[in-house]
Design a protein around this ligand. Structure first.
Ligand code: AP5
Length: 211
């Protein structure tokens, strides 16, 4: 299974990706996580650190190269879940080319729909356990007392607002691109995490039945 998760900041892509990847035994490939890791290691160029801190998108060429290299690894040979990539039509076109050159293709693009008023709360109250990578929410999924919590640098109100604006501009073209290709499945991302998971699993099982 080769799939893409698209959705605004705080939609639940990372949360759902972890469950789906465990179920389908495929790696979760998140460009956001890879960029943050590079920042922590000190290998992310300073201008990209600033782009991320302000809520903008890093250049297409940089994330395309990350994806090319990561999807070449052995654990991704039989499938993967791309979380947060592609975000622009040029990224989507580059991905198509890459998969075509390997004789493969995407099975489905899942878009998680969540209204804007919920996204701000989801992103600003998110906390991640540095040791386990587990995602928590101060209101909806409180962390255990021994968690080593991190508040993401871009999860503050003003930056989240910019990220939401960037997302709106970016998907204006991206979702129609995948709709035209017959790959887009829109899923209601409102409700309990488990409820949303059921919707995603049902969409993926349908693809599996058809393939
Ligand atoms: P990235 O890390 O990809 O961030 P994002 O797309 O903005 O998404 P988030 O990680 O904020 O949200 P999510 O949908 O994963 O939500 P989560 O599951 O954590 O990108 C960061 C930056 O990197 C970008 O701004 C850009 O600069 C750069 N970048 C990355 N990819 C790029 C690309 N392809 N091109 C260019 N630049 C790129 O959930 C959020 C919270 O809600 C959590 O606390 C969770 O517990 C809670 N929650 C989840 N589901 C539910 C639910 N159903 N009910 C209640 N609470 C819930």
């Amino acid at each position: 299974m080769r799939l893409v998760f698209v959705g605004p900041p705080g939609a639940g892509k990372g949360t759902q990706a972890k469950v789906i990847c465990q179920k389908w035994k495929i790696p979760q490939i998140s460009t956001g996580d890879m960029l943050r890791e590079a920042k922590t290691n000190g290998t992310l160029p300073q201008e990209l650190v600033q782009t991320m801190a302000s809520g903008g998108l890093v250049p297409d060429a940089a994330v395309i190269e990350l994806i090319r290299a990561r999807t070449e690894k052995d654990d991704a040979k039989n499938g993967f879940l791309l979380d947060g990539f592609p975000r622009t039509v040029p990224q989507a076109e580059a991905l198509n080319k890459l998969l075509e050159s390997r004789g493969t293709e995407l099975d489905i693009v899942v878009a998680l729909d969540v209204p804007k008023e919920l996204l701000m709360e989801r992103a600003c109250l998110r906390r991640t356990d540095k040791r386990t990578g587990q995602i928590y929410h101060l209101k909806y999924k409180p962390p255990p007392p021994d968690a080593d919590l991190e508040h993401r640098a871009d999860d503050h109100e003003e930056v989240v607002r910019n990220r939401l604006d960037t997302y709106e501009k970016m998907t204006a073209d991206l979702l129609p691109f995948y709709e035209k290709a017959g790959l887009l499945k829109r899923i209601d991302g409102v409700g309990d995490v488990e409820e949303v998971t059921k919707r995603v699993v049902s969409a993926l099982e349908q693809v599996k039945r058809l393939s």
